[in-house]
Design a protein around this ligand. Sequence first.
Ligand code: SF4
Length: 375
Amino acid sequence: MISVSRLISKRAEEGDRVRYSGLKDRYPSVLVFNVTRNCNLRCVHCYSGSGTQLFQDLPLSTWLNAVKQASDMGVKHILLSGGEPLARRDVHLIAKEAWERGIRVELSTNGTMLTRERLEELRRYVDYVGVSIDGPEPVHDRFRGVEGAFSKAIKGIRTSREMGIKTGLRFTLTRENYKYVDFVFDLMMKEGINRVCFYHLAYAGRADRKLDIDNSMRVGLVTKIIEYAKRGEWEVLTADNPVDGVLVYSLTRNPGILELLRKNGGNKSGERIADVTPDGVVYPDQFTPVPLGRVEKLRDIWDQPHPMVEKLRKRRTLVKCSSCKFFDVCNGGLRGRALAVTGDLWEKDPSCYLDWIAEIDDRNKGNNLIPSTET
Ligand code: SF4
């Protein structure tokens, strides 16, 4: 995840302390807990293939134990996701356990269940609530498969903010909603929302590659997002495509940005982040179907470590684009996307749009993207 606003301005938010710390820990600092596969909606781009069928969730004790292990490992952030995490009636107890152990908790939700009652249970333990919005009401409801999903999400956002919880938007860029980036910022202005994260599509679950934008569109969209971030009015982030950082640098030419990006180090799936599915299987992230172990033995995965963790740690020797001059700020992008498209975990990420950045760069003649001190 890249905080475009942090790169462009000096404004640092809580998450940036971990994001740009440059620290290399033995264990991940961020864990995603997909605590359920149940969901009241059925989104076309759901990476976990969740839905309204009644899936059997893992017991609360398993997740509490996972939080305890995370705490022992020094994990800084836990992201509670799903399915719809609020489809679990006891999700606040998982948040409470983490909060009591000093772990920052974020909730990733479709927003439709953010009632005053549920928020009362959660408010002490949750640092941030991210609500997914896919575009204006008809577009959002079509994406989400349920009429009324948009109005419920907006109501949930308002209630959450009224109760003093930091609440922002999550927007996944797809071929069917890419034109609504302006709508997202308009909505933030209208509702007084001050944080947004734009997600590049990762091909997992129901998120088919056919839904994705192509890289020529991508460079234009991310440029637009960067322009909005330059206004300094919002916290603006992008996720799941670290080449966005290279674009920020190419548009600003600020060596300080390159330095921050190096500290961030790009994609760190399986190193700085990992994911636990509703079935208790641990993966490098939400999109890379390479199992590392079971949640009951979370810590062992990095203590032993698992052979895939070792490979990911030395991915520079494996990823096919490792001769790229920006490898140290990107780390080769999303391995899951390379695997989904090519069948090879170490292939180049198909959503890398560095060639398009270079083309723009060429047009601005004389501005060599790589400073002369770089090799
Ligand atoms: S070529 Fe590889 S390392 Fe370079 S920007 Fe693209 S994905 Fe990242």
